[in-house]
Design a protein around this ligand. Sequence first.
Ligand SMILES: Cc1ncc(COP(=O)(O)O)c(C=O)c1O
Length: 368
Amino acid sequence: MTVESRKALEQIQPYTPGLPVWEVQQKYGLKSVVKLASNENPLGPSPKAIEAIQSSLGELHRYPDANTTAIRHAIGEKLGISSEQFIITNGGDELIKLISETYLEPGDNIIVPSPSFSEYEFGAHLMDAKVIPVPLDDHFRFDVPAILAAVTQQTKIIYVCSPNNPTGTYMTHAQLTELLQGLPKGIIVVIDGAYNHYADAADFTDGIEFVKENYPVVILHTFSKIFGLAGLRIGYGIAQASIIQQILKVKEPFNVNTLAQIAATAALTDEEHLDLSRQTVIEGRKQLYEACRELGLPYIESMGNFVLIELGPHTQNIYDTLLTKGIILRNGKAWGLPQHVRVSIGTKQENSFLIQELRTLLTVGNIK
Ligand SMILES: Cc1ncc(COP(=O)(O)O)c(C=O)c1O
Protein backbone atom coordinates (compact mmCIF):
# COMPACT_ATOMS: atom_id res chain seq x y z
CA MET A 1 0.00 0.00 0.00
CA THR A 2 1.36 3.41 -0.86
CA VAL A 3 1.38 6.19 1.67
CA GLU A 4 -0.18 9.34 0.30
CA SER A 5 1.69 12.59 0.56
CA ARG A 6 -0.11 15.83 1.45
CA LYS A 7 -2.65 16.91 -1.17
CA ALA A 8 -1.08 20.37 -1.36
CA LEU A 9 2.12 18.88 -2.80
CA GLU A 10 0.31 17.97 -6.03
CA GLN A 11 0.57 21.62 -7.08
CA ILE A 12 4.35 21.73 -6.75
CA GLN A 13 6.21 21.76 -10.06
CA PRO A 14 9.86 20.68 -9.92
CA TYR A 15 12.36 23.56 -10.23
CA THR A 16 14.25 23.59 -13.54
CA PRO A 17 17.81 24.75 -12.90
CA GLY A 18 20.22 25.96 -15.61
CA LEU A 19 21.95 22.95 -17.21
CA PRO A 20 25.23 22.12 -15.45
CA VAL A 21 28.51 22.53 -17.38
CA TRP A 22 29.57 18.87 -16.92
CA GLU A 23 26.31 17.58 -18.44
CA VAL A 24 26.69 19.64 -21.62
CA GLN A 25 30.39 18.71 -21.84
CA GLN A 26 29.56 15.01 -21.63
CA LYS A 27 26.57 15.11 -23.95
CA TYR A 28 28.29 16.99 -26.78
CA GLY A 29 31.87 15.89 -26.13
CA LEU A 30 33.03 19.45 -25.54
CA LYS A 31 36.16 20.60 -23.74
CA SER A 32 34.91 24.01 -22.75
CA VAL A 33 31.43 25.20 -22.07
CA VAL A 34 30.19 28.73 -21.39
CA LYS A 35 27.35 28.80 -18.87
CA LEU A 36 25.20 31.90 -19.15
CA ALA A 37 22.15 30.32 -17.57
CA SER A 38 22.05 30.88 -13.80
CA ASN A 39 23.04 34.53 -13.27
CA GLU A 40 26.24 33.53 -11.49
CA ASN A 41 29.34 35.70 -11.15
CA PRO A 42 31.60 34.85 -14.13
CA LEU A 43 34.67 36.11 -12.23
CA GLY A 44 34.33 33.44 -9.54
CA PRO A 45 34.21 33.86 -5.77
CA SER A 46 35.83 36.70 -3.88
CA PRO A 47 39.51 35.74 -3.34
CA LYS A 48 39.13 36.88 0.27
CA ALA A 49 36.34 34.35 0.73
CA ILE A 50 38.52 31.54 -0.66
CA GLU A 51 41.33 32.48 1.70
CA ALA A 52 38.96 32.57 4.68
CA ILE A 53 37.58 29.12 3.79
CA GLN A 54 41.05 27.63 3.46
CA SER A 55 42.12 28.88 6.86
CA SER A 56 39.03 27.53 8.62
CA LEU A 57 38.86 23.98 7.26
CA GLY A 58 40.41 22.55 10.44
CA GLU A 59 37.38 23.68 12.46
CA LEU A 60 34.83 21.62 10.55
CA HIS A 61 34.36 19.15 13.41
CA ARG A 62 32.45 21.96 15.23
CA TYR A 63 28.82 22.87 14.60
CA PRO A 64 28.26 26.20 12.88
CA ASP A 65 27.33 29.28 14.93
CA ALA A 66 23.54 28.88 15.23
CA ASN A 67 23.17 32.62 15.82
CA THR A 68 25.31 33.60 12.81
CA THR A 69 26.75 36.35 14.99
CA ALA A 70 29.80 37.44 12.98
CA ILE A 71 28.04 37.70 9.64
CA ARG A 72 25.02 39.52 11.13
CA HIS A 73 27.27 42.10 12.73
CA ALA A 74 29.33 42.51 9.57
CA ILE A 75 26.20 43.10 7.45
CA GLY A 76 24.72 45.39 10.11
CA GLU A 77 27.84 47.52 10.09
CA LYS A 78 27.95 47.69 6.32
CA LEU A 79 24.27 48.66 5.92
CA GLY A 80 23.92 50.77 9.07
CA ILE A 81 21.17 48.56 10.51
CA SER A 82 20.98 46.77 13.89
CA SER A 83 22.11 43.13 13.79
CA GLU A 84 18.69 42.19 15.28
CA GLN A 85 17.14 43.07 11.94
CA PHE A 86 18.72 40.20 10.00
CA ILE A 87 18.07 36.52 9.50
CA ILE A 88 20.81 34.56 7.76
CA THR A 89 19.57 31.68 5.62
CA ASN A 90 20.69 28.78 3.45
CA GLY A 91 20.46 30.93 0.33
CA GLY A 92 17.65 33.32 -0.54
CA ASP A 93 15.60 30.23 -1.44
CA GLU A 94 15.44 29.19 2.20
CA LEU A 95 14.32 32.66 3.22
CA ILE A 96 11.37 32.40 0.80
CA LYS A 97 10.42 29.04 2.31
CA LEU A 98 10.74 30.35 5.87
CA ILE A 99 8.62 33.42 5.11
CA SER A 100 5.98 31.14 3.57
CA GLU A 101 6.01 28.85 6.63
CA THR A 102 5.75 31.85 8.95
CA TYR A 103 2.82 33.65 7.34
CA LEU A 104 0.78 31.42 5.06
CA GLU A 105 -2.28 29.48 6.21
CA PRO A 106 -4.07 27.12 3.77
CA GLY A 107 -6.28 29.22 1.48
CA ASP A 108 -4.26 32.43 1.89
CA ASN A 109 -2.83 33.95 -1.23
CA ILE A 110 0.37 35.54 -2.45
CA ILE A 111 0.58 38.09 -5.25
CA VAL A 112 3.37 37.70 -7.77
CA PRO A 113 3.94 40.29 -10.51
CA SER A 114 4.65 37.86 -13.34
CA PRO A 115 6.69 36.44 -14.91
CA SER A 116 9.10 36.21 -12.02
CA PHE A 117 11.21 33.90 -9.86
CA SER A 118 9.52 30.52 -9.41
CA GLU A 119 10.41 29.89 -5.77
CA TYR A 120 7.67 32.24 -4.56
CA GLU A 121 5.12 29.80 -6.00
CA PHE A 122 6.92 26.88 -4.42
CA GLY A 123 6.65 28.46 -0.96
CA ALA A 124 2.96 29.16 -1.43
CA HIS A 125 2.11 25.71 -2.74
CA LEU A 126 4.04 24.07 0.09
CA MET A 127 1.69 25.79 2.52
CA ASP A 128 -1.44 25.11 0.46
CA ALA A 129 -1.79 28.80 -0.36
CA LYS A 130 -2.81 30.23 -3.74
CA VAL A 131 -0.73 32.19 -6.20
CA ILE A 132 -2.30 35.25 -7.80
CA PRO A 133 -0.14 36.29 -10.75
CA VAL A 134 -0.45 39.93 -11.82
CA PRO A 135 1.02 40.40 -15.30
CA LEU A 136 3.78 42.95 -15.82
CA ASP A 137 2.76 45.54 -18.44
CA ASP A 138 3.53 45.33 -22.18
CA HIS A 139 7.09 46.50 -21.55
CA PHE A 140 7.54 44.07 -18.64
CA ARG A 141 7.27 46.93 -16.13
CA PHE A 142 5.49 46.67 -12.77
CA ASP A 143 1.84 47.67 -12.75
CA VAL A 144 1.18 48.93 -9.20
CA PRO A 145 -2.53 49.77 -9.67
CA ALA A 146 -3.08 46.20 -10.95
CA ILE A 147 -1.21 44.76 -7.95
CA LEU A 148 -3.31 46.84 -5.55
CA ALA A 149 -6.49 45.81 -7.35
CA ALA A 150 -5.58 42.12 -6.90
CA VAL A 151 -5.37 42.41 -3.10
CA THR A 152 -8.10 40.55 -1.19
CA GLN A 153 -8.64 39.64 2.45
CA GLN A 154 -6.73 36.43 1.76
CA THR A 155 -3.61 38.24 0.57
CA LYS A 156 -0.72 37.68 2.95
CA ILE A 157 2.44 38.24 0.91
CA ILE A 158 3.29 40.35 -2.14
CA TYR A 159 6.58 39.58 -3.87
CA VAL A 160 8.41 42.42 -5.57
CA CYS A 161 11.45 41.06 -7.36
CA SER A 162 13.43 44.17 -8.25
CA PRO A 163 15.41 43.94 -10.47
CA ASN A 164 13.03 41.27 -11.67
CA ASN A 165 14.22 37.84 -12.75
CA PRO A 166 13.87 37.14 -15.74
CA THR A 167 12.99 40.56 -17.20
CA GLY A 168 15.60 42.82 -15.56
CA THR A 169 12.96 45.53 -15.07
CA TYR A 170 12.56 47.15 -11.64
CA MET A 171 10.06 48.84 -9.37
CA THR A 172 10.86 52.54 -9.08
CA HIS A 173 11.06 54.34 -5.76
CA ALA A 174 7.81 56.16 -6.50
CA GLN A 175 6.04 52.90 -7.41
CA LEU A 176 7.20 51.13 -4.25
CA THR A 177 6.02 54.08 -2.16
CA GLU A 178 2.65 53.97 -3.92
CA LEU A 179 2.38 50.23 -3.29
CA LEU A 180 3.34 50.33 0.39
CA GLN A 181 1.11 53.29 1.12
CA GLY A 182 -1.82 51.77 -0.75
CA LEU A 183 -1.90 48.42 1.04
CA PRO A 184 -4.16 47.49 3.92
CA LYS A 185 -2.55 46.26 7.15
CA GLY A 186 -1.51 42.64 7.60
CA ILE A 187 0.37 42.09 4.33
CA ILE A 188 4.09 41.42 4.11
CA VAL A 189 5.87 42.82 1.06
CA VAL A 190 8.96 40.82 0.16
CA ILE A 191 11.41 42.92 -1.83
CA ASP A 192 13.69 40.44 -3.55
CA GLY A 193 16.95 42.29 -4.09
CA ALA A 194 19.03 39.33 -5.28
CA TYR A 195 20.27 41.53 -8.14
CA ASN A 196 20.21 44.93 -6.45
CA HIS A 197 23.98 45.51 -6.73
CA TYR A 198 23.72 45.73 -10.51
CA ALA A 199 20.95 48.35 -10.63
CA ASP A 200 22.20 51.77 -11.67
CA ALA A 201 18.97 53.63 -12.51
CA ALA A 202 18.56 56.87 -10.56
CA ASP A 203 15.04 56.00 -9.40
CA PHE A 204 15.90 52.45 -8.25
CA THR A 205 15.55 51.72 -4.53
CA ASP A 206 16.88 48.73 -2.61
CA GLY A 207 13.98 49.29 -0.19
CA ILE A 208 16.11 49.53 2.97
CA GLU A 209 14.72 52.95 3.81
CA PHE A 210 11.26 51.36 4.05
CA VAL A 211 12.56 48.88 6.65
CA LYS A 212 13.96 51.83 8.59
CA GLU A 213 10.54 53.51 8.39
CA ASN A 214 8.94 50.37 9.90
CA TYR A 215 6.92 49.25 6.89
CA PRO A 216 6.05 45.51 6.95
CA VAL A 217 8.68 44.58 4.36
CA VAL A 218 11.29 41.85 4.21
CA ILE A 219 14.24 42.46 1.92
CA LEU A 220 15.95 39.41 0.45
CA HIS A 221 19.66 39.52 -0.31
CA THR A 222 21.96 36.73 -1.44
CA PHE A 223 25.65 35.93 -1.61
CA SER A 224 25.03 33.82 -4.75
CA LYS A 225 25.22 36.63 -7.29
CA ILE A 226 27.70 39.50 -7.06
CA PHE A 227 29.65 37.85 -4.20
CA GLY A 228 30.11 34.71 -6.31
CA LEU A 229 29.23 32.20 -3.58
CA ALA A 230 26.23 30.36 -5.11
CA GLY A 231 27.73 26.95 -4.31
CA LEU A 232 27.93 27.70 -0.59
CA ARG A 233 24.24 28.62 -0.14
CA ILE A 234 23.94 31.75 1.95
CA GLY A 235 21.57 34.70 1.84
CA TYR A 236 19.70 36.86 4.31
CA GLY A 237 16.58 38.82 5.11
CA ILE A 238 16.31 42.36 6.46
CA ALA A 239 13.19 43.51 8.32
CA GLN A 240 11.91 45.08 11.53
CA ALA A 241 13.19 43.08 14.52
CA SER A 242 9.65 41.88 15.35
CA ILE A 243 9.25 40.33 11.88
CA ILE A 244 12.69 38.71 12.13
CA GLN A 245 11.69 37.20 15.49
CA GLN A 246 8.63 35.61 13.89
CA ILE A 247 10.59 34.11 11.00
CA LEU A 248 13.33 32.82 13.33
CA LYS A 249 10.75 30.50 14.93
CA VAL A 250 10.70 28.26 11.83
CA LYS A 251 14.44 28.30 11.19
CA GLU A 252 16.47 25.18 11.89
CA PRO A 253 19.30 25.86 14.35
CA PHE A 254 22.21 25.08 12.02
CA ASN A 255 20.74 26.18 8.70
CA VAL A 256 23.88 27.95 7.46
CA ASN A 257 27.11 25.98 7.38
CA THR A 258 30.38 27.23 8.86
CA LEU A 259 32.21 27.76 5.57
CA ALA A 260 29.34 29.78 4.15
CA GLN A 261 29.27 32.05 7.21
CA ILE A 262 33.02 32.59 7.14
CA ALA A 263 33.26 33.12 3.39
CA ALA A 264 30.33 35.54 3.27
CA THR A 265 31.80 37.62 6.11
CA ALA A 266 35.05 37.93 4.16
CA ALA A 267 33.37 38.60 0.79
CA LEU A 268 31.22 41.36 2.22
CA THR A 269 34.14 43.75 2.53
CA ASP A 270 36.03 42.70 -0.60
CA GLU A 271 35.38 46.00 -2.38
CA GLU A 272 37.83 45.23 -5.17
CA HIS A 273 35.98 42.04 -6.14
CA LEU A 274 32.61 43.79 -5.83
CA ASP A 275 33.64 46.74 -8.02
CA LEU A 276 35.14 44.50 -10.68
CA SER A 277 32.09 42.24 -10.67
CA ARG A 278 29.69 45.17 -11.01
CA GLN A 279 31.80 46.74 -13.79
CA THR A 280 31.89 43.44 -15.69
CA VAL A 281 28.10 43.32 -15.68
CA ILE A 282 27.57 46.95 -16.63
CA GLU A 283 29.98 46.64 -19.57
CA GLY A 284 28.64 43.19 -20.51
CA ARG A 285 25.07 44.50 -20.68
CA LYS A 286 26.21 47.20 -23.13
CA GLN A 287 28.09 44.63 -25.18
CA LEU A 288 24.95 42.48 -25.46
CA TYR A 289 22.67 45.45 -26.22
CA GLU A 290 24.95 46.52 -29.08
CA ALA A 291 24.99 43.00 -30.50
CA CYS A 292 21.20 42.75 -30.25
CA ARG A 293 20.80 46.02 -32.12
CA GLU A 294 23.22 44.84 -34.81
CA LEU A 295 21.36 41.52 -35.17
CA GLY A 296 17.92 43.10 -35.03
CA LEU A 297 16.95 41.25 -31.85
CA PRO A 298 14.56 43.01 -29.46
CA TYR A 299 15.76 43.03 -25.83
CA ILE A 300 14.67 44.46 -22.51
CA GLU A 301 17.04 46.89 -20.80
CA SER A 302 18.11 45.19 -17.62
CA MET A 303 19.12 46.29 -14.13
CA GLY A 304 20.33 42.76 -13.38
CA ASN A 305 23.25 40.58 -14.51
CA PHE A 306 21.16 39.09 -17.31
CA VAL A 307 19.26 40.26 -20.37
CA LEU A 308 15.98 38.92 -21.76
CA ILE A 309 16.31 38.67 -25.53
CA GLU A 310 13.57 37.92 -28.05
CA LEU A 311 14.77 35.36 -30.58
CA GLY A 312 11.39 34.78 -32.20
CA PRO A 313 9.68 31.58 -33.40
CA HIS A 314 12.94 29.64 -33.79
CA THR A 315 14.03 30.15 -30.20
CA GLN A 316 14.06 26.45 -29.34
CA ASN A 317 16.14 25.64 -32.42
CA ILE A 318 18.64 28.42 -31.66
CA TYR A 319 18.80 27.41 -28.01
CA ASP A 320 19.46 23.76 -28.90
CA THR A 321 22.08 24.64 -31.53
CA LEU A 322 23.93 26.92 -29.12
CA LEU A 323 24.04 24.06 -26.62
CA THR A 324 25.86 21.89 -29.15
CA LYS A 325 28.44 24.69 -29.46
CA GLY A 326 28.87 24.75 -25.69
CA ILE A 327 26.76 27.77 -24.80
CA ILE A 328 24.10 27.31 -22.12
CA LEU A 329 21.35 29.93 -21.95
CA ARG A 330 18.03 29.83 -20.11
CA ASN A 331 15.06 29.07 -22.31
CA GLY A 332 12.17 31.49 -21.77
CA LYS A 333 9.67 28.60 -21.91
CA ALA A 334 9.93 28.23 -18.14
CA TRP A 335 8.30 31.66 -17.75
CA GLY A 336 5.78 31.25 -20.56
CA LEU A 337 8.05 33.20 -22.92
CA PRO A 338 8.84 30.62 -25.62
CA GLN A 339 10.24 33.26 -28.00
CA HIS A 340 12.78 34.58 -25.50
CA VAL A 341 15.99 33.49 -23.85
CA ARG A 342 17.51 34.90 -20.70
CA VAL A 343 21.24 35.45 -21.10
CA SER A 344 23.38 35.84 -17.98
CA ILE A 345 26.22 38.31 -18.43
CA GLY A 346 29.57 36.52 -18.70
CA THR A 347 33.12 37.78 -19.08
CA LYS A 348 33.82 39.90 -22.16
CA GLN A 349 35.23 36.82 -23.93
CA GLU A 350 32.24 34.65 -23.03
CA ASN A 351 29.81 37.30 -24.26
CA SER A 352 31.81 37.65 -27.49
CA PHE A 353 31.70 33.91 -28.06
CA LEU A 354 27.91 33.92 -27.71
CA ILE A 355 27.55 36.94 -30.01
CA GLN A 356 29.77 35.38 -32.65
CA GLU A 357 27.80 32.09 -32.60
CA LEU A 358 24.48 33.94 -32.68
CA ARG A 359 25.64 36.07 -35.61
CA THR A 360 26.64 32.95 -37.54
CA LEU A 361 23.36 31.20 -36.79
CA LEU A 362 21.17 34.16 -37.68
CA THR A 363 23.01 35.16 -40.83
CA VAL A 364 24.87 32.19 -42.36
CA GLY A 365 22.82 29.47 -40.60
CA ASN A 366 19.60 30.94 -41.90
CA ILE A 367 17.77 30.50 -38.62
CA LYS A 368 15.45 33.46 -38.32
C1 LIG B 1 15.22 36.66 -7.90
C2 LIG B 1 15.95 35.65 -7.11
N1 LIG B 1 15.74 35.58 -5.81
C3 LIG B 1 16.38 34.69 -5.05
C4 LIG B 1 17.25 33.78 -5.59
C5 LIG B 1 17.83 32.77 -4.69
O1 LIG B 1 19.17 32.81 -4.60
P1 LIG B 1 19.97 31.85 -3.64
O2 LIG B 1 19.04 30.83 -3.05
O3 LIG B 1 21.04 31.26 -4.48
O4 LIG B 1 20.50 32.76 -2.56
C6 LIG B 1 17.51 33.80 -6.96
C7 LIG B 1 18.42 32.83 -7.59
O5 LIG B 1 18.55 32.69 -8.76
C8 LIG B 1 16.83 34.76 -7.75
O6 LIG B 1 16.99 34.82 -9.07
